[in-house]
Design a protein around this ligand. Structure first.
Ligand code: TNX
Length: 501
C-alpha cells in the first residue's frame, strides 16, 4: 500500500488489486499508441526524475514488462484510466490532457521506491473544469525559467490554469509594442513578447492555459509612471499610512516608481477617453498574444476610485475584452458594477465564511450569466504564513493558514446560493510582496497548493472514502520523496509526517 499514499489529488476511483506489483525491468519500454507521442516524451522525462531510469520509447508491440500510453478517444474531458499489474501498466486517456494526467498519476505510484507500481485499477476525471494557481510577477519579477518550473509543478497536481498577475502599482511586466513606455519606464524587469510566447507554449504542452491579468482601475500606479495623463493622484488614506509604517518604504508619489506594499491608493482616470484608448490597445494586444479563452481585468481594491467611475471602468473594460473574442475574469468587487459584460467570470477572494457582502458580489456574476472561481483567502492564499514562525508571508487573512485549514473547506459551502454548476473552479493565488526567489515560491506553495489541487480535482468528501484530512495528510507525506527528487523545495510542515527518503 505504501506507494498509494503518494496519490494527490486522490483519483475518483482506486481499486487495489490482489496481485503482485509491476516492477520496472531492464527491458521496460514506454509504448506510445497513436496520438500519445508527445505525452510519452514528457512521461520519459518524468519517470527518469522519479526512478533515475530513462525508458526508451517505442510505438508498438507491447511486451509483458512495458508501460503503454494510449488514447481511448472517448470518455469525459481530461479523464483517464490506469491499470497496473505484474504484466505491465496501461494508461488510457480520453483526450491528450487525460493521458497526461494518467502519466502524472503513474509517476506518483512509482514514487514509493522508484521501481514498483502497485497492482491497481484507477478511473479518474476532474470535479471542476478550472483548476488554477496564480503567480504575482508584478510585486517581484520571476524569470521565464522560474515560471516554467511553476507550470511543471502545477501540472504535476493536475492544475490546468496559471493566472499571471502581470501588472500592479510596483511594475508593468509585459512589453507591449502599442505602449512601449510601460516597460521602458515602469518595469525594471519584464517579459518580452517572445518570453510570453515561450511561457504560453510551454504551458500548452502541459495542458495548462495561461490567464494574463492586467488589473484596473486600481493597482495601476505603474501606468502613471509611464503615462501620467492616465492616472489620478495617489489617495493616501490611513490604511496606506499604516501599511507603510508597518512594512516600510515611502508613501506613493505621482509619477515616481513605487516600492512599498500598500494597496488601494492608485486609480486610472475613469472619465477620460484616453484611458479607454489605452485599454483598447493593451487588451487588443494581449488578446492577440494569448491563445487561451480568458483575459483577467482585475477590479479589486479600487479604494481610490468613486463607485460610479469604478462601474464605468468595469463596464467598458469587460465590453472591450468580450469584443476581442475573450471571456473576461474579474475579482469579485466588479460584481458591484451595473454594466458588467454578460458572462464575465467572478473570482471570489473573500473568506470561507463570507463577510462584508463579498458573497453578494460573487453571486452577481452568476445572475449576469457568468460563473465563479473560488480563491478563499483564509484557505488557499498561498502567500499567508503557515504559522507565526514562518519567515515569509502575510497574515491578514485571519491569521496564519495551516495546511489543515487549506484543506478543510468545501467549495459549494462558500457562497450561499451558488451551486456546483455556478462554480467554474478553484484557484490558489501566490502574491509576492514577501516572495523573491523560486525557493520562496516553493516554500509557500508546497504543500498547501496540493490541498487546493485535491479540492479542485477530486470528488467531494461525501462521495469518496479518502477525501479527508487524515488521508490527505498521509498521502502528502508520501509525496515528499517525489517532490525532493523533482527539486521542489517544499516546507517541511510539522503537520505532515514526511516519509523518509
Ligand atoms: C489582496 S487579493 C490583494 C493583493 C495583495 C494580497 C496579499 C486581491 C485581489 N488583492 O493586491 O497582494 O491581498 O495577500
Amino acid at each position: 500500500m505504501a506507494a498509494l499514499t503518494a496519490l494527490v489529488p486522490i483519483p475518483a476511483s482506486v481499486t487495489v488489486d490482489a496481485a503482485a506489483p509491476f516492477t520496472l525491468a531492464a527491458s521496460t519500454r514506454l509504448i506510445a499508441g497513436a496520438g500519445a507521442g508527445a505525452t510519452a516524451a514528457l512521461a520519459a522525462q518524468l519517470i527518469e526524475t522519479v526512478t533515475g531510469r530513462l525508458l526508451p520509447i517505442a510505438s508498438q508491440d507491447a511486451g509483458s514488462a512495458d508501460i503503454v500510453l494510449e488514447m481511448a478517444g472517448a470518455g469525459p474531458a481530461e479523464s483517464y484510466r490506469l491499470r497496473a499489474g505484474t504484466d505491465g501498466v496501461r494508461v488510457t486517456g480520453a483526450d491528450p490532457a487525460g493521458l497526461f494526467y494518467g502519466m502524472q498519476t503513474l509517476a506518483q505510484l512509482l514514487a514509493g521506491d522508484g521501481r514498483q507500481v502497485p497492482a491497481v485499477t484507477i478511473a479518474d476525471a476532474p470535479r471542476f473544469a478550472y483548476r488554477g494557481a496564480m503567480l504575482d510577477v508584478a510585486r517581484h519579477f520571476f524569470p521565464v525559467a522560474t515560471v516554467t518550473g511553476v507550470i511543471d509543478r502545477a501540472a504535476s497536481l493536475k492544475l490546468n490554469h496559471l493566472h499571471l498577475h502581470l501588472t500592479d502599482d510596483q511594475g508593468w511586466r509585459i512589453r507591449l509594442s502599442s505602449r512601449p513606455k510601460l516597460t521602458e519606464q515602469a518595469a525594471g524587469e519584464c517579459y518580452t513578447a517572445a518570453d510570453y510566447a515561450q511561457i504560453v507554449d510551454y504551458a500548452a504542452a502541459r495542458h495548462v492555459t495561461i490567464v494574463p491579468e492586467v488589473g484596473g482601475p486600481g493597482h495601476t500606479h505603474a501606468v502613471g509612471v509611464a503615462y501620467p495623463e492616465l492616472a489620478g493622484a495617489p489617495v493616501i488614506t490611513d490604511a496606506v499610512r499604516a501599511a507603510t509604517a508597518r512594512f516600510g518604504g515611502e508613501l506613493p508619489v505621482a509619477g515616481q516608481p513605487y516600492r512599498g506594499v500598500a494597496v488601494g491608493f492608485s486609480s486610472l482616470r475613469c472619465d477620460s477617453d484616453a484611458t479607454y484608448d489605452f485599454l483598447a490597445d493593451v487588451f487588443g494586444e494581449l488578446a492577440a498574444m494569448t491563445p487561451g479563452p480568458y483575459l483577467h481585468v482585475g477590479g479589486d481594491e479600487a479604494l481610490g476610485t468613486p463607485a460610479d467611475d469604478f462601474a464605468e471602468y468595469i463596464r467598458r473594460v469587460t465590453a472591450l475584452v468580450t469584443a476581442s473574442g475573450k471571456t473576461p475574469i474579474a475579482w469579485h468587487e466588479a460584481g458591484a458594477a451595473a454594466g458588467l459584460a454578460a458572462g464575465t467570470i467572478g473570482q471570489y477572494w473573500g473568506f470561507r465564511t463570507p463577510r462584508d457582502g463579498m458573497d453578494g458580489h460573487a453571486r452577481a456574476f452568476v445572475a449576469n450569466g457568468g460563473r465563479m472561481i473560488l480563491s478563499p483567502a483564509d484557505a488557499i492564499y498561498l502567500d499567508m504564513k503557515y504559522d507565526l514562525d514562518t519567515p515569509l508571508g502575510l497574515t491578514w487573512a485571519d491569521g496564519p493558514t495551516s495546511v489543515e485549514r487549506s484543506y478543510r473547506w468545501e467549495p459549494v459551502d462558500v457562497v450561499p446560493g451558488a451551486g456546483p454548476a455556478d462554480i467554474l473552479g478553484i484557484e490558489a493565488p501566490l502574491w509576492t510582496e514577501t516572495v523573491r526567489t523560486a525557493a520562496d515560491i516553493d516554500a509557500l506553495a508546497f504543500p498547501r497548493v496540493a490541498a487546493a489541487a485535491e479540492i479542485a480535482w477530486s470528488p467531494a468528501p461525501a462521495d469518496h472514502p479518502q477525501r479527508n484530512w487524515a488521508s490527505f495528510r498521509a498521502r502528502v507525506g508520501g509525496l515528499g520523496a517525489l517532490w525532493r527528487r523533482a527539486g521542489i523545495d517544499f516546507f517541511r510542515s510539522p503537520e505532515i509526517d514526511w516519509e523518509a527518503p
